[in-house]
Design a protein. Sequence first.
Length: 262
Amino acid sequence: MVQHGAVTPPRVLHAEWTRLASLTSTSWVVIGTVVAASSLAFGLGLFVGPGDAVTGTSLAASGSLLAQLGVLVLGVLVGTGDFATGTSLATYAAVPRRLPVLVAQIVVVAAVALVTAVVALAASVLVTTPARTGSGVSWELADPATLRAAAGYVLFLMGAAVCGVGLGALLRRPPAALTTGVLLFVVVDQVLAANPGRVTDTVRALLPGSGTRLFADDAQLAASAAGGGPDLGAWGGGLILSVWCVVLVLLAGYRLARHDIT
């Protein structure tokens, strides 16, 4: 990162945006996320028939597992970028206060994740049209519940991407950060889901994957409430995800500000 003149937040933000936009991997991650999410939604929709307990929301969001992995990869790549490529010394020589770089990375990744989430959701809605028609369910954005779920889908993927940046900047090595992210968001959550109970359901509700409640339909929220864990509701799950984002970013910021940058 080369800066000319005073180092200001807009300059740092522009530099991080330029760097992210110039990477070929960014386009591939975004395209791959959209294709993977919509393809999974399409594939799962093939098994839906009349009378099945599905809704337009659950069909449209059924590719969220692969979507969250995609944006998590994006966040990790940005968070670890300087440390993995050995450019950290040059970057933080140009921006001695360091933290503006992390803030800029979060902003640009959140922006890219927002666009990715919107396109992935739109593509998923489109490809699941035959499944919705065949099962007799609809997906109307004008419906308040559908609008909440659509907004929640986008917010969840943005949160997962920000967590990826935090993990990347904290652990600084792509394999370690990505492995930790997959464990937190997917593996541990699925293991606990396979072993329901008061303790496991409570622990599961406190993991970042609890943010999936943001786009859960009413039936899914009711099923979660009937379990042994706390009844968080849609926005409660979003709050848990937000706490994880804040904690990871604060830890990453502390290490960045107080420790070496190699």
